[in-house]
Design a protein around this ligand. Structure first.
Ligand code: NAD
Length: 498
C-alpha cells in the first residue's frame, strides 16, 4: 500500500516509521498510509526554504507570476484526476470537488496579478527635494495549516499568493485526506517553482508545534476549527509571528415572509446539505420570520430532504456523500440524539440511512429540526454535518439580534424581496460575509474571505487584497539626493511641513 510522505525541495522524503491510515469515507476502506512528520521533517523544510529565499525574493514579480500561469494550466489539465482524488478521500461528489478546485484556481489567477498589486505607491516632493515610496516586501518563511474539508481550495487560498509575494511556504495539510493536496503541490514544482520555495510536511500537532516554535517561520495562516485556531493564534503570536487563524462557524439564513420561497428552498438545500454540511459556510440555521413563513418553508423543504440522493461519488446522480470519518459520523449522530432529547422537533431523521453496497461508509441522511431554541447544543455548536435547524422569530430585528448573539460570525444570508430589509440586515448583522439571496456568500478571489467574532483570530482575512497585506511587509522609503551647490545647516526641530 502506498505511503504518502513529504515534499521538500522537490523530493519526496521520509523521516519516520510512524504512519496513520487514510480512509475512503464511502467504503470505510483504507486508501493509503500517511507518514507523520516530526521535528526533523520541519527542520529540513525550513533549511530548504532558507536556501531558496534570497534568490526567490529578488526574482521579479512578473517571473514569479509566470510560474503561477503555468501552475494554473497544469491544474486545469489535471482537474479530473484531482477531483477524483478529492472525492475518494473526502467523500464529496465529483462536481463538488471540481467546484472547489475551480475556486482554488481562481486564487492562482489572482496571484498572476502580482506585478500590478506589488508595484507600490509613490509620492514626489513630500518635502524639499524629497521623494517617498512604499514598497511591499515578503515576510520570509510562511507556514500554512489546512483542514480536511477543502483539501484543494483552502491550501490554494494561501500559498499561490504567499509565494508570488516573494515568500517561501511550508504547508501542513489535513492528515485526513493528504493525497490531492500533495499532488497539486507537485504540479507547482512541475510549473517551474525553484526547489525549496514550497514544501509539504504531513503530520499532526507535533508538526504544527514545531512550526510554531521555529523562529525562522515569520507568519502562519491557519484554517480549521475554532479551538485549534485560537491555540495557533495565541501560541503563534506569543512566538512573535504574524498569524491569521480562521475558525468554525454556525451560519444563519433569515427567511422573510416575502422571500421567493422556491428559490430559497433550493438555495437552502444546497447550502445545508452540499458536501454533507461539511463547509464552514454551510447554512445550519434557518431563521424564519413568522410562523407562517416557517410552516411554508418546512412544507417545501421536508419532501426535498427525503428525496436527497445520498451515496458514493462513484454512483450516478449522487447529491450528497458521506461524512469524513467514523468518529465524525458518531459525533454528528450524537448531536441529533441531543437535539431530540432537548425537545426540538426532528422532522426528517437521517440517522438510519443505509447506502446499498456501501454499508461500511460513514453515511447519514439529511436531518431537519423545527422549534429549535438558543439553549440547545444543536443551535449553539458547530455540528459540521447535514443538519438544518429551524428557529422561529417574530421580526427581522429579532432575527438579527439572534445572529449577533451567537459566538460565531462567519457567513450569513437573507432571503427577501425587500431592499430596505436587506439593507438593514447588511448594516446590522455581525458576520464577515453576508449574502442577499445568495446562500453561500464566499467572496471571489479579488475580495478577501473571513469571519467575525470567534470565526477569525487575527486582523486580516484570507486571500485577495487582505492576503497580499498579510504576506507582505510595508517599507516606506524617503529619498533625497544632495545638491552640489547647497549645504544645509543642522535642524534640531522635528522635520515637518510647517
Ligand atoms: P481541525 O481544526 O481539526 O484541523 C485543522 C488543521 O489543524 C489540520 O491540519 C490538523 O492536523 C491541525 N490540528 C488539529 N488539531 C490540532 C492541534 N491540537 N494542534 C495543532 N494542530 C492541530 O479542523 P478540521 O476538522 O480539519 O476542519 C473542520 C473545521 O474547519 C470546521 O470547524 C470548519 O468550520 C473549519 N473551517 C473553517 C473555514 C474558514 O474559512 N473559517 C474553512 C474551512 C473549514
Amino acid at each position: 500500500m502506498e505511503t504518502v510522505t513529504h515534499l521538500i525541495a522537490g523530493e519526496m522524503v521520509s523521516h519516520s516509521n510512524e504512519t496513520i491510515e487514510v480512509f475512503n469515507p464511502a467504503t470505510g476502506a483504507v486508501t493509503c498510509l500517511m507518514e507523520m512528520g516530526n521535528q526533523e521533517t520541519v527542520q529540513q523544510a525550513i533549511r530548504a526554504a532558507e536556501a531558496a529565499l534570497p534568490a526567490w525574493k529578488k526574482t521579479p514579480p512578473l517571473k514569479r507570476a509566470r510560474v503561477m500561469y503555468r501552475f494554473k494550466e497544469l491544474l486545469e489539465a489535471n482537474k479530473d484526476t484531482i477531483a477524483k482524488m478529492i472525492s475518494e478521500e473526502h467523500g464529496k461528489t465529483v462536481p463538488d470537488a471540481l467546484g472547489e478546485l475551480q475556486r482554488g484556481i481562481e486564487n492562482v489567477e489572482y496571484a498572476c496579478g502580482a506585478p500590478e498589486f506589488l508595484k507600490g505607491e509613490y509620492s514626489s516632493t513630500t518635502g524639499p527635494g524629497i521623494n517617498a515610496w512604499s514598497d511591499s516586501k515578503p515576510v520570509g518563511i510562511v507556514a500554512g495549516i489546512t483542514p480536511f474539508n477543502f483539501p484543494a481550495m483552502v491550501p490554494l487560498w494561501m500559498y499561490p499568493l504567499a509565494i508570488v509575494c516573494g515568500n517561501c511556504f511550508i504547508l501542513k495539510p489535513s492528515e485526513k485526506n493528504p493525497s490531492s493536496t500533495l499532488y497539486i503541490a507537485k504540479l507547482l514544482d512541475e510549473a517551474g517553482l525553484p526547489k525549496g520555495v514550497m514544501s509539504v510536511v504531513n503530520g499532526g500537532k507535533d508538526v504544527v508545534d514545531a512550526l510554531i516554535q521555529a523562529p525562522q517561520v515569520k507568519a502562519m495562516s491557519f484554517v480549521g476549527s475554532t479551538p485549534v485556531a485560537e491555540y495557533i493564534y495565541s501560541q503563534g503570536t506569543a512566538n512573535g509571528k504574524r498569524v491569521q487563524a480562521l475558525g468554525g462557524a454556525k451560519n444563519h439564513a433569515i427567511v422573510m415572509p416575502d422571500a421567493e420561497l422556491d428559490g430559497a428552498v433550493s438555495a437552502l438545500m444546497g447550502a445545508a446539505f452540499g458536501s454533507c454540511g461539511e463547509r464552514c459556510m454551510a447554512i445550519s440555521v434557518a431563521v424564519c420570520v413568522g410562523d407562517e413563513t416557517a410552516d411554508r418553508l418546512i412544507a417545501k423543504l421536508t419532501p426535498q430532504i427525503h428525496e436527497l440522493r445520498v451515496g458514493a461519488y462513484t454512483q450516478e446522480g449522487v447529491e450528497m456523500g458521506p461524512l469524513i470519518s467514523k468518529e465524525h459520523f458518531e459525533k454528528v449522530t450524537q448531536y441529533v440524539n441531543e437535539g431530540v432529547a432537548s425537545g426540538a422537533n426532528l422532522l426528517v431523521d437521517g440517522r438510519s440511512l443505509k447506502v446499498e453496497g456501501h454499508e461500511n461508509g460513514y453515511f447519514i441522511g439529511g436531518c431537519l429540526f423545527d422549534n429549535v431554541t438558543t439553549d440547545m447544543s444543536i443551535y449553539k455548536e458547530e455540528i459540521f454535518g447535514p443538519v438544518l435547524c429551524v428557529v422561529r422569530v417574530n421580526s427581522l430585528e429579532e432575527g438579527i439580534a439572534l445572529i449577533n448573539e451567537h459566538e460565531y460570525g462567519n457567513g450569513t444570508c437573507i432571503f427577501t424581496r425587500d431592499g430596505e430589509a436587506a439593507e438593514l440586515f447588511c448594516d446590522e448583522v455581525e458576520a464577515g460575509m453576508v449574502g442577499v439571496n445568495v446562500p453561500l456568500p464566499v467572496p471571489v478571489a479579488s475580495h478577501s474571505f473571513g469571519g467575525w467574532k470567534r470565526s477569525l483570530f487575527g486582523d486580516l482575512h484570507a486571500y485577495g487584497p487582505d492576503g497580499v497585506r498579510f504576506y507582505t511587509r510595508k517599507k516606506a522609503i524617503s529619498q533625497r539626493w544632495p545638491k552640489r551647490a547647497s549645504h544645509e545647516a543642522a535642524q534640531f526641530a522635528f522635520p515637518s511641513q510647517q
